[in-house]
Design a protein around this ligand. Sequence first.
Ligand code: 6LW
Length: 547
Amino acid sequence: MNISISKKIKNPILPGFNPDPSIVRVGEDFYIATSTFEWYPGVQIHHSRDLVNWRLVSRPLNRPDLLDMIGEPCSCGIWAPCLTYSDGLFHLIYTDVKRFDGIKDTPNFLTTCETIDGDWSEPVYLNNSGFDPSLFHDDDGRKWLVNMVWDYRPNKNPFGGIYLQEYSPDERKMIGPVTNIFKGTDLGLTEAPHLYKRNGYYYLVTAEGGTEYDHAMTMARSKTIDGPYEVDPIKHFVTSKDNPDLYIQRAGHGDFVETEDGQVYVVHLCGRPLPGPQRRCVLGRETAIQEAYWNEDGWLRLKNGTNEPDDIVEHAGLAACEWPDENPRTTFEGEELPIDFQWLRTPYKDELFSLTERPGYLRLFGRDSLGSWYYQSLVARRQQAFNYRSETKIDFSPESFLQKAGLVSYYNSHKYHYFYISINDDGQRILSIMSCEGDPSQNFIFPLSSSEYASVTDSDGNIVIPSNGAVYLRSDVAGSELTFSWSMDGDNWNQVPCVLDQSLISDQAGKGAGCSFTGAFTGMACQDLAGTKIAADFEYFDYIEQP
Ligand code: 6LW
């Protein structure tokens, strides 16, 4: 049988909000775990058999005992996970960051499972000393945890180095001394440690330079696991920091894996900024892959002969294994939310939505305001291309201006554009747009009155629509431009006469990337500040990427 060989690899392999990749190979299967922050369920795991084609297969942290993020600030929650395999079990190390500013609370846990998509074990608490924990399974059977230590003391480098401590699977706890094994290079901001063993050396990979445009992967090695570690002569074997013209920017925070025949592939965080001086990444932080090799001195090098990431990479020559194309239209026949969709923070999804109360519909129950850190009825999927169209059809009959439902382009509590149905003081059903452009205290409602606009607008500039019947809403995104449209029959569309700044829905906008670690989503939302949990029924959701 003529087995077709995979085509070249096009980066990023995991487009859209998929940062901090951790990769593991089990037999012929490759898995990558990425961060999910305040989005629920926690940790996103993709699967591939050829390193070219990837599919989303699991989100393990799907129970209250594994993860409950109610009330956690934006960009807290699940930071960099670490996925490994040993003793017949997948091991997932994760941090549920409870506090972002100043002193961080970063409880780290371990959960295990025999399969990638099974019921993961009750978590084991490990420590709170810092984030980016990872587990190393030594060939003598001992297991070691490394994580960066967050030094909150004044006049100290908050990136205090890399802590090493043994983990006892029998006692299900950390044991023995804690050793600071690596303080990093002069690039600083040393984090994201992963340990490996090869030819009698322990290798330590870290991320340095921070997750913006100085990001890098650094390697060091030692004959003993607790050091001292000598730094790679070139320090950073993957980085984009010295070449702003590269397509793949922000290369750092990564891991590497070997194929069964010994080829080495490095996976790493990356970003692709929109054109222009603001260098805004509307697709957030993504995952890319590079081909690598061990040089004669025992250091890892990129196959392209530089330390700069490529956008097109030679495949590994593995048999092609493609996955079915996604249907651009999501309908809601099943009792489970389709895997591309997530909600925020709470493990108790029944308090936000139902797929059974009205069979064939996603029913959102109006709860908190858009952007709430508690019970926000928002179900959305990642934006994974610079240009896309999303569309939905809603049954919604508000009785108060405190009740809204609609289509939203969402980054976090202070970065969104929301096209929604509500009601005005004359009892007329209306459409309006509410945007938050980086300052949580400023929600703008756009007056949509415009003389040439065919539809009727009320005195507040809201579009007045018929009081009954389903409403079709559509968003069209092209780079930094977002336009909303609406229809009452799905055939005759009216474009709202304003172009919104989609580049606000990015890491760098608003309070900036220093506190924005997620990515752009497009989805369905409903709020009911009248407290009646009003229903909004969504019949379908289209997500169509445009060239
Ligand atoms: C991640 C850490 C980082 O844990 O950001 O900027 C955190 N560096 O490595 C969230 O992605």
